[in-house]
Write a protein that binds this ligand. Structure first.
Ligand code: GUN
Length: 295
C-alpha cells in the first residue's frame, strides 16, 4: 500500500512555485498579489485565512488580508470587490466562505472578475472547465490538488472508473468534471454518487479510483472498497477525542484504519489532500498573475 504524502508533494510544489515567482519578479519587477477577504469571526475560517497568508509570505506572493465585521452589508462587500477588480496589483481575490446569512454567496462570487477568481468558483470558470477549456479558467483548488497527487504518484487514470462520493460545489461537482477531461491524470469514466444514491456500496466497490468529499467522519468502510483501489479522501471532520489535550482531532470521510489494508494507495487525513488545497491556491495565483501580465 502506498501512502500518498500530500505534505511532501505540497512542499515540493511550493518550492517550484517559489522559484517561478522569483524568476518573474526578477525579470519583470512585478510580484503576484492575492487579497484574502473574511467577513465575521468564524474561528476555522480565520485559521484557514491565516494559513493561506502565511504560505503566501513563504513563497513570495504579496498577500493582503481584509477582515470585515460580521455586520458588513452585501453592498459594502461588493464595493470592496469592485475596487480590487480594478486594481492592477491584485491578481487574485478570495472571499472566504461561508459568509454571514445576510450575504448571498452567489452574488458575491459573480462580482469577482473571473480572471482574478483563484478559487475557481465563478460560473465562467466552472463553465470553461465543463467545456474543456482549461487554459481559459481557474480550477478550484481541492480538485486540482487531487489531480496533482494522482500525477505525482504515477497513478494510471485513463480509462479507469473514477467514483466520486459527494456532489458539493467545493469537491464533487468540479472533481467530476475534471476527471472527465481528456487530459493527463484524468480521462476517466466517472460516476457521481450522492445522498440519494441507491446501493452506494455496490457503486463504490466498482471504483478503480474512489474520491470522497461529503463531510461525514469515517463514512467509507472496508465493505465499500474494492481491494486494490486508489482511495482519495477530501474530508476533514473534527471529532471529539478525550485523549487529546485539545479534546478533538481531525479525521477524513474514509475509515482509514479499515480501508488502508485494502487500498493500493490512499491519502491520510491529515496530511493528504488538505495541504494540497493551499498549494493549489498559490499555483492559481501565479497562473492569474502570468495571464494578467502576458507571461
Ligand atoms: N471555505 C472552505 N474552503 C474554501 C475554499 O477553498 N475557498 C473559499 N473561498 N472558502 C472556503
Amino acid at each position: 500500500m502506498v501512502l500518498i504524502d500530500g505534505k511532501k508533494v505540497s512542499a515540493d510544489l511550493q518550492q517550484e512555485i517559489m522559484s517561478k515567482i522569483g524568476h518573474f519578479s526578477t525579470t519583470t519587477g512585478k510580484v503576484p498579489g492575492l487579497v484574502l477577504m473574511i467577513v465575521g469571526l468564524d474561528p476555522s475560517s480565520q485559521l484557514y485565512v491565516r494559513n493561506k497568508a502565511k504560505t503566501c509570505k513563504e513563497i513570495g506572493i504579496n498577500s493582503t488580508v481584509i477582515e470585515l465585521p460580521a455586520e458588513t452589508t452585501q453592498d459594502e462587500l461588493l464595493e470592496r470587490i469592485g475596487a480590487l477588480n480594478a486594481d492592477p496589483e491584485v491578481h487574485g481575490i478570495l472571499v472566504q466562505l461561508p459568509l454571514p446569512p445576510h450575504i448571498d454567496e452567489m452574488t458575491v462570487t459573480l462580482a469577482i472578475d473571473p480572471r482574478k477568481d483563484v478559487d475557481g468558483f465563478h460560473p465562467e470558470n466552472l463553465g470553461m472547465l465543463m467545456l474543456g477549456h482549461l487554459d481559459r479558467c481557474h480550477v478550484s483548488c481541492t480538485p486540482l490538488g487531487i489531480l496533482e497527487l494522482l500525477g505525482r504518484y504515477g497513478i494510471e487514470t485513463a480509462g479507469k472508473h473514477c467514483v466520486i462520493v459527494g456532489r458539493g460545489n467545493l469537491v464533487g461537482r468540479p472533481m467530476a468534471n475534471l476527471m472527465l477531461q481528456k487530459i493527463e491524470n484524468a480521462n476517466c469514466t466517472v460516476t457521481v454518487c450522492h445522498s440519494a444514491t441507491r446501493d452506494l456500496a455496490a457503486l463504490t466497490r466498482q471504483a478503480d479510483i474512489l474520491i470522497v468529499g461529503i463531510g461525514r467522519a469515517h463514512f467509507i468502510t472496508a465493505d465499500m472498497v474494492r481491494p486494490g483501489a486508489v482511495v482519495i479522501d477530501a474530508g476533514n471532520n473534527r471529532i471529539e477525542d478525550p485523549s487529546r489535550k485539545s479534546g478533538f482531532r481531525y479525521v477524513g470521510d474514509v475509515d482509514f484504519d479499515q480501508v488502508s489494508g485494502l487500498a493500493s494507495a490512499i491519502t491520510p487525513v491529515p496530511g493528504g489532500v488538505g495541504p494540497m488545497t493551499i498549494t493549489m491556491l498559490m499555483s492559481n495565483t501565479l497562473q492569474a498573475f502570468r495571464r494578467q501580465n502576458g507571461l
